[in-house]
Design a protein around this ligand. Structure first.
Ligand code: ZN
Length: 134
């Protein structure tokens, strides 16, 4: 069995009866999406590999890419909400200390991390500057 690279899909190796779509002339930047989703796959023009994809794979790539964008947007939005929520609960916790025990340790950890980072920076500067001066 020989594979005709001009007739198989680059992404699933299918040899569909329908038309294959050229990877590099897609208006919606298919190579960019593929390489964003699957960094191990390098799509280069004239790399000797099939330069066309089946319509199913185009659909899969677009769906997956949109899903990735959706997840990233949701993640960023949720993290922003948590950031606002934490600062709000910090004010509320002083008056009502019933239940919200999960947010308190997280905040303490964040504060400790910030302090240790600052201390490290100061220590480095303190150790370096006298050595340079003397
Ligand atoms: Zn395919």
């Amino acid at each position: 069995m020989t594979l005709d690279f001009n007739k198989i899909c680059r992404l699933c190796m299918a040899q569909p009866s329908g038309t294959l779509l050229p990877i590099f002339s897609q208006e919606d930047n298919l190579p960019g999406k593929v390489m964003t989703l699957m960094p191990l796959i390098k799509l280069c023009i004239n790399d000797g590999l099939p330069s066309q994809v089946c319509s199913q794979c185009v659909q899969q790539v677009n769906t997956s890419y949109n899903f990735k964008l959706q997840c990233e947007t949701a993640d960023a939005t949720l993290k922003q909400l948590v950031g606002c929520h934490q600062s709000q609960t910090a004010l509320q916790e002083e008056s009502s200390s019933d239940g919200t025990c999960t947010s308190a340790p997280v905040k303490e950890e964040l504060i400790k991390l910030e302090i240790t980072i600052e201390d490290d920076d100061m220590l480095v500067r303190d150790n370096e500057s006298p050595g340079l001066d003397r």
